[in-house]
Write a protein that binds this ligand. Structure first.
Ligand code: FAD
Length: 397
């Protein structure tokens, strides 16, 4: 039973990945911890993650897997609690897991195993959990006064772990960002990331028929490039390569797609031309790509069909350019509804990278996605939640 009148050492706002990790870590150090959660179910984003199997970390995590205005900020927390530390917790809890490509670790059975791991740790260490409790405002400082829909709460320290704006149906809000603004912190503008693109050519144009086609590509934008699968959707493009590059895309930017990521397009075409001069261009393309894709791309790229051997130099170069760097300008993204993360957030500049404590308001901490730290696709965002949650949990006085 939560005693709302008492002065807690720390109140953690939000029982998500970062909040639960932080609460358990602080309570294991003997702190009197209350964690409040607006919904009746902690860890809802964990439950829906990784297709229900939670890609809980990545074996190759380094600071280079994160976008942040200060690229060095994540280093300290990552070194205090790294991917192997979380993997060890998973093993200790008896959760079956497996590794997928690029070092991504997933649960064998269900993401609920990860939520249980965190809740068990909170429970064992004596964290008090108040569900259906929504933070409305924070005022004062050491002690802090918290206004909630269940009345006022008091704590010597407060950890904001309210996450980002993705999945609006889960009542995701910018409350965390607003509170930090109140305490004089800057917020780097927010936008959805790890998110599919909308393309006019697909949603309302000649590529509409491609929905469901998936192929390996390399996508580039703003000097970043990712080689993974691309998937055509009903509205545009998705798949790992697209989600990854969306972190680096700003409205108005074009993206460049290399449809032959493992080959040199010029060599590929010249070899075919020499060995099969009578082969039609469309036949050659269909040897490499799905037929539907070839039928849609040739008219879009203005490539008229004919024998490879009779291709004019200009047409040949045009095809090579299109294959190697197909330029597209997304009209937008699918937004927070389908995004996995929020890019931007509370500026790390005002915080200690070692403790996650505010330099402007001692006793006020920030962890997880509410900060201006965004991971690549592949388990890095959860690793940031674990690492930042741990760092704050170890530092709370
Ligand atoms: C569909 C989907 C799949 C994903 N898959 C992966 C994956 O496989 N691997 C990976 O690394 N990342 C994945 N992510 C990203 C990952 O889920 C987030 O980066 C991570 O959950 C952030 O943790 P957090 O604790 O900061 O925030 P959250 O997990 O969002 O937790 C915030 C908590 O705060 C609560 N809260 C908010 N406001 C209030 C308030 N006013 N009062 C009280 N409580 C409040 C919320 O209800 C929530 O429980 C995925 C995201 C989505 C949307």
């Amino acid at each position: 039973m939560v005693n709302k009148k008492q002065m807690y050492d720390v109140i953690v706002i939000g029982a998500g990945a970062a909040g639960m990790m932080c609460a358990a870590t602080a309570a294991e150090r003997g702190k009197k911890v209350l964690m409040i959660e607006q919904s009746k179910k902690p860890g809802r984003k964990i439950l829906m993650s990784g297709g229900g199997r939670c890609n809980f970390t990545n074996l190759y995590t380094t600071h280079e897997n994160f976008l942040c205005s200060n690229p060095h900020f994540v280093k300290s927390a990552l070194s205090q609690f790294n991917q192997w530390d979380f993997q060890a917790l998973v093993i200790e809890a008896g959760i079956n897991w497996h590794e997928r490509e690029h070092g991504q670790l997933f649960c064998d059975d269900t993401a609920a195993d990860i939520v249980k791991l965190l809740l068990d740790r909170c429970d064992k260490s004596g964290v008090e959990l108040l569900k259906n409790c929504t933070l409305e405002n924070v005022s004062g400082q050491q002690p802090f006064v918290l206004d909630t829909n269940q009345g006022q709460l008091n704590a010597k320290s407060v950890v904001i772990a309210t996450g980002g704006l993705t999945v609006p149906s889960m009542d995701s809000t910018d409350i965390g960002h607003r509170i930090f603004r109140q305490y004089g912190h800057k917020v780097i503008p927010l936008r959805p990331a790890l998110v599919p693109f909308i393309l006019q050519e697909v949603s309302n144009g000649p590529l509409k028929i491609l929905a469901g086609i998936s192929l390996p590509v390399a996508i580039s934008c703003n000097k970043k490039s990712f080689s993974e699968a691309l998937l055509f959707t009903h509205k545009g493009i998705s798949g790992p390569s697209v989600l990854q590059i969306s972190n680096y895309w700003n409205k108005g930017d074009s993206i460049s797609i290399d449809l032959l990521p493992d080959e040199n397009a010029a060599d590929w075409l010249m070899n075919a031309r020499e060995t099969h001069p009578n082969r039609m261009i469309s036949t050659q393309l269909a040897k490499q790509f799905p037929k539907r894709l070839v039928e849609a791309l040739m008219p879009l790229w203005k490539i008229s069909d004919g024998p490879l051997g009779q291709m004019k130099k200009q047409l040949q170069q045009q095809l090579i350019d299109c294959l190697q760097s197909w330029e597209l300008t997304p009209t937008g993204t699918e937004g927070y509804r389908t995004a996995e993360v929020t890019i931007g957030g509370v500026d790390t500049d005002g915080f200690s990278s070692k403790t996650m404590q505010s330099k402007k308001a001692p006793g006020l901490y920030v962890v997880g996605e509410v900060l201006d730290v965004t991971g690549h696709l592949g388990g890095f965002n959860f690793q940031w939640a674990w690492s930042s949650g741990y760092a704050a949990g170890m530092a709370i006085k």
